[in-house]
Design a protein around this ligand. Sequence first.
Ligand SMILES: Nc1ncnc2c1ncn2[C@@H]1O[C@H](COP(=O)(O)OP(=O)(O)OP(=O)(O)O)[C@@H](O)[C@H]1O
Ligand SMILES: [Mg+2]
Length: 511
Amino acid sequence: MKNINFDHKVVEMKNITKKFGNFTANDNINLTVHKGEIHALLGENGAGKSTLMNILYGLYQPTMGEIYINGEKTNITDPNVAIKKGIGMVHQHFMLVEPFTVAENIVLGMEPTSTLGTMNMKKAVKNVEDISKQYGLHVKPNEKIQDISVGMQQRVEILKALYRGADTLILDEPTAVLTPQEIKELIQIMRNLTTQGKTIIIITHKLKEIKEAADYCTIIRRGKHVDTVEVKSTTEDELASKMVGREVSFKVEKEQKQRGDVGLKIENLVVKDNRGIDAVRGLSLEVHVGEILGVAGVDGNGQTELIEALTGLRSITSGKVTVNGNDVTNKTPKEIFQNKIASIPEDRQKRGLVLDYTIAENMVLENYGEQPFSKNGILNKLEINKFAKDLIEKFDVRPNDETIKTRALSGGNQQKVIIAREVTNDPDILIAAQPTRGLDVGAIEFVHKSLVRQRDNDKAVLLVSLELDEVMNVSDRIAVIYEGKIVGIVDAKDADEKSLGLMMAGGGSQQ
Ligand SMILES: Nc1ncnc2c1ncn2[C@@H]1O[C@H](COP(=O)(O)OP(=O)(O)OP(=O)(O)O)[C@@H](O)[C@H]1O
Ligand SMILES: [Mg+2]
């Protein structure tokens, strides 16, 4: 706590209220952040965290309330004002220009110029290198954004804010897309930043990270401020129950169950990645009905390509996929859907939803052409809305309004819409890729229960997740993927983190 200057309030948000129409996203919230502090914002999906930070960054105007920056009342009318006042923000979804280099992205809009007024790229690269070194970010200025990992892209976003003179950095769910190793590195970077006088506000759902990295934590529930606590004198359980207003179970309850026949069969599958290199290299796997088979592995070992191949989004070079004996190799997504395979995709914004469609429209995305949703080619809006209302109720989607666009939903609520749709189609096979990424603990509990319910109803569930805890908790059997192949399968009750970790790193299954 040595870095915090309690006499210096860098940010004070007082009685902030934000309404969207009749809906109150922030209800009289207070937030004080001191210089040098790492302050976590915790709350359920849709609690209003991103909204509050978008207000601080000038993207939204509060309906009521005041903001003080360094003790001075400030009217943050747009992000330019925020930046001038030393506030930077890295969003939940990055906003980089993919074909541009790291340095070009960082200096975009404020390029250093040479005497002739043309852009001085050499100087830009040097500037970027200097800041990168100062805070231990280690980016390579000349690489293109499209060629670097998500973790690196995030560092570029951080550098972009620092380059614009940010003293206070807002990080909106920075770890949701990172691997465990990248998370460790990010925490180290945050520490470097605060020892050099920067202040950080971080939104995260991961209580472990809050315990590890944050000094203070402010909890928001349904738009209201619940508490601000000193992190070292609180527990993960306390944080969780403050956040959802009830006790949360971190353990997945499931009964012993005899698995049935093979539902999904994958034989010698070979699939290429975007660069044309084999990412899945002769993978074989059988998922039985009545079981959850979890695939554990380090990111980038062919998981994404496997899922895309199984759901018809990527072509299969060789090998065979069958569902209940029917060949579905290289079928279109529609044919695969008709073969009763449902999927919860990894990237909910690109693959799972049409963001400019309403919740109701997204709920029937795959079967709007069928009865009762349409008849003789004419949509029956009444039936669609009734169906959507029912699912919103059952899956606790907030806000409870089928007519709003899914773009306006919080990340967790977008995920609930997809799960509601996919599970309700009553599939034989459910493929779930990173199904709880970015979700709060209450929503995670819900998703896990939904997966177990599918299994109990004799469906075959394939779970692919980078969260080892999740795979170990939810699965009946665990398959480890490494370099595009399954290198070992263990019963979940015999699995331990250490030996799985070893296999995930290519260490074999013997020890
Ligand atoms: N532009 C908007 N128009 C209408 N409603 C909105 C808008 N932005 C946010 N909301 C609503 O305000 C509520 C709070 O959303 P917000 O994005 O702040 O949640 P969050 O706490 O960041 O959730 P998550 O953890 O899922 O990201 C949500 O119910 C959301 O649907
Ligand atoms: Mg958010």
